[in-house]
Design a protein around this ligand. Structure first.
Ligand code: COA
Length: 288
């Protein structure tokens, strides 16, 4: 489901668009962030894939290096975005092996469905820690490189905090924070020549979030204005646009890529609502 060399023939982008650029991607072994990074590699960039799990991150980096002859793709495995020093080591390795960092994709995220009654304080903190603090730490660790190279930042956000989605309080709160962080940094870092944007995927087929939140139901795709589920390539194309010179005057934006889906209202977890809310809250709990 990721990208392959046919992208060069079938996309509208110039093959050498990102020649000489280096991208640093947290969550780069995951489905969406991997495709975003693959597009940049195919279009000439080298990449550092940052992840917690060693086997997954090493494997993804080795596979992605095969996308383009001469591509350099390194693995920065065993990096936890909640620990800024862990990211500093990954940045040092990237600069040592690839020379610099031009683009940062802050995409590492954690998600699970859980109602408030059963969601512990630590569970809430874990998701906010990965999604929001992790995004902040990523920019912190990359800041010297971004400043030096007039680099760019792309946060991976979501649309689920545009309304209340049951069982997603932790993720919605974290992603709302990511949008706020992105806006503030766009304003502060603009004078340094650093552009900052968010990309917010909607229902993208075959992703973890899709399986958990949407579930493929007959006819559900026809409730989306564009009449189909999204693909990881849709997110990759938006990423290419935002990093490309075509977006030189674009900063502080949230690029929603969802086929117009969110305009149709809150439907995430709708298959669980309201019967599961009633069932889960019937228990005398409120897990701390
Ligand atoms: N429902 C409720 N609580 C959950 C949970 C779930 N499905 N999964 C984890 N938690 C809670 C844990 O119970 C723990 O809280 P506690 O100490 O009060 O019991 C807290 O979250 C931390 O869990 P832990 O497994 O120690 O954290 P971790 O840092 O190892 O992993 C995640 C966190 C989110 C990455 C992990 O839950 C996960 O693997 N999720 C699925 C994969 C994923 O999110 N992929 C990204 C898709 S966007």
């Amino acid at each position: 489901m990721g990208l392959d060399r046919s992208y060069l023939e079938t996309s509208v982008w110039k093959p050498d668009l990102f020649k000489g650029k280096v991208v640093f991607t947290t969550g780069g072994a995951g489905t969406i962030c991997r495709a975003q990074t693959e597009a940049l590699i195919l279009l000439g960039a080298d990449a550092a894939i940052v992840g917690r799990n060693k086997a997954n991150t090493d494997k993804a980096a080795a596979e992605m290096a095969q996308l383009r002859p001469g591509a350099k793709v390194i693995s920065c495995a065993e990096t936890d975005v909640r620990q800024v020093q862990s990211l500093v080591k990954a940045v040092e390795k990237t600069v040592r092996e690839l020379g610099k960092i031009d683009f940062v994709i802050a995409g590492a995220a954690g998600n699970f469905l859980c109602d408030f009654n059963h969601l512990s304080t630590n569970a809430f903190a874990t998701v906010v820690g990965i999604d929001l603090l992790g995004s902040y730490n990523t920019v912190k660790a990359c800041f010297d490189q971004l400043r030096k190279n007039k680099g760019q930042i792309l946060f991976v956000s979501a649309t689920l905090h545009y309304y209340g989605i049951p069982f997603q309080a932790h993720v919605g709160a974290a992603k709302a924070g990511v949008d706020a962080l992105s806006n503030a940094l766009a304003v502060e870092l603009g004078p340094l020549g650093i552009r900052v944007n968010c990309v917010s995927p909607g229902p993208i087929a075959e992703t973890e979030g899709f399986k958990r939140l949407v579930r493929e139901e007959k006819g559900y795709d026809k409730t989306i204005p564009i009449q189909r589920y999204g693909s990881v390539r849709d997110i990759a194309d938006a990423t290419v646009y935002l990093f490309s010179p075509a977006a030189d005057y674009v900063t502080g934006t949230v690029q929603v890529v969802d086929g117009g889906s969110w305009h149709m209202g809150s439907r995430g977890s709708h298959h669980l609502y309201p019967h599961e809310v009633a069932r889960l809250n019937a228990e005398q709990l409120s897990k701390l």
